[in-house]
Every structure is written in structure tokens, then in C-alpha cells.
Design a protein around this ligand. Structure first.
Ligand SMILES: C[S@@+](CC[C@H](N)C(=O)[O-])C[C@H]1O[C@@H](n2cnc3c(N)ncnc32)[C@H](O)[C@@H]1O
Length: 202
């Protein structure tokens, strides 16, 4: 088991206790600008679901969509399954997704992007499972500075898992074949979105 996965296997039991009591409200707020996109999405892939906190919000905003959630850590998924027993969940790595066709309308990474060891490679992997015209959302319910402070003091496994400046992430998305890239890097949150516009390089 790699060090990152081992870290999250252990953290799973404490993860929900770390979260603020108003988290559900904050997550819903984060999704508001994407309401039209969510409501027209038929198939959504959520990458790095953890204990599945975002899933109820995704389902509220996209009641017609099929949601598939993945995570590296089995113990995170076990808890997510307790929260949302009827959602498909797969233990998988964002860099090596077990989906062969570009069948998703939307891919959502919430608080997981900083942990991708090869960010350009992971973006290509995510692009490959999106249909042309589908969207990628990279969401954080905290500012970049806050995320990086938490990770910097979070132990060896995650101390270098930093969120790049928005313009750097935008450049990576453009390189991976996304267009219409928007960055919202504020004191409250960090949100990057992009539309898959080109055949992802293999
Ligand atoms: C900081 S937690 C966030 C969990 C959840 N999205 C939330 O906000 O409550 C990051 C999650 O991403 C998962 N993760 C990290 N790297 C991953 C990868 N390469 N592929 C899939 N999941 C990954 C971890 O196992 C962990 O559950």
C-alpha cells in the first residue's frame, strides 16, 4: 500500500469529526454556480469522495444523474457506502481509472486534486473518461492558502500535496485538452472548471 493511501485509510475514522457542523451548507453553496450544469448531467464521476460528504449535494443538484464515486482508500469508501448505500463506488486511483469509454458528462474532484502525484497525468486520465463537451470541476471548500497550510503540517504523506496557483492549474487543464477554463481562487474557496474540447492525448 502506498504512503498516501495508508494515510487516508487511517484518517477515515476521524475525517467527519474534523469537519465543521455547517459543512453540508458550505458544500451546497460551492455547487450553486454549477446548478445548470449539474441538472443537465446524466452521468457524474466523483473522484476522491472520502466519506461521501459531497454525494447528497450532488444528488440534490442532479436528481436525474447516475453518480459513481471513487477513492484510493477502502476505509473511506466503506464509510461513504454507509452514507449513500445506493451509489456505485469503486476503489480506484485517479491516475488509472477503470473506465474504458468516455461516458461521463461531469467529473468532480472535491478536495482531492492536491493529492494527485502527477497532476498533468491525472488530468489526462480524467479527460479520457469525459465525453466531448463534458466538464471537469476541481473544487475546494477552503482557500488555497488554508489547504496548503493544512497539508504542509499534516504529516509526511501529504506535506507536499499543495494546491497550485489558479493560473498554473488552468495551464495544466489547457494542456490536457480542456477549454473554457475558469478559475475562482478566493479567500473562501478554490474552484477551477473546464470543458473537454479535444480528444485527450493517449
Ligand atoms: C482530503 S480527502 C477529501 C475527501 C472528500 N472529498 C471531502 O472533501 O470530504 C481526499 C480524498 O481523496 C482521496 N484520494 C487521494 N488521492 C487520490 C487518487 N489519486 N485517486 C483517488 N482518490 C484519491 C483520498 O483517499 C481521500 O479520501
Amino acid at each position: 500500500m502506498n504512503e498516501l493511501r495508508a494515510h487516508f485509510e487511517v484518517l477515515a475514522g476521524r475525517w467527519d469529526a474534523f469537519q465543521p457542523p455547517d459543512r453540508g451548507q458550505r458544500l451546497r453553496h460551492l455547487l450553486v454556480p454549477f446548478g445548470p450544469l449539474l441538472s443537465t448531467s446524466g452521468a457524474i464521476l466523483e473522484v476522491g469522495t472520502g466519506t461521501g460528504a459531497l454525494i447528497p449535494c450532488l444528488r440534490e443538484s442532479a436528481p436525474g444523474a447516475g453518480v459513481v464515486s471513487i477513492d484510493l482508500a477502502g476505509e473511506m469508501l466503506r464509510r461513504a457506502r454507509q452514507r449513500c448505500p445506493d451509489v456505485a463506488m469503486v476503489q480506484a486511483d485517479a491516475h488509472r481509472l477503470p473506465f474504458v469509454v468516455p461516458g461521463f458528462d461531469l467529473v468532480v474532484c472535491h478536495n482531492s486534486f492536491p493529492h494527485f502525484a502527477d497532476k498533468p497525468g491525472a488530468l489526462l486520465s480524467l479527460a479520457r473518461v469525459l465525453r466531448l463537451g463534458g466538464y471537469l470541476l476541481i473544487l475546494h471548500d477552503l482557500s488555497r492558502e488554508r489547504v496548503n497550510t493544512i497539508h504542509g503540517s499534516g504529516g509526511k504523506a501529504i506535506q507536499n500535496d499543495l494546491l497550485p496557483p489558479g493560473e498554473e492549474t488552468k495551464h495544466m487543464l489547457l494542456q490536457a485538452g480542456f477549454s473554457d477554463v475558469q478559475v475562482d481562487d478566493t479567500d473562501e474557496h478554490y474552484v477551477v472548471s473546464g470543458r473537454r474540447s479535444a480528444k485527450a492525448p493517449s
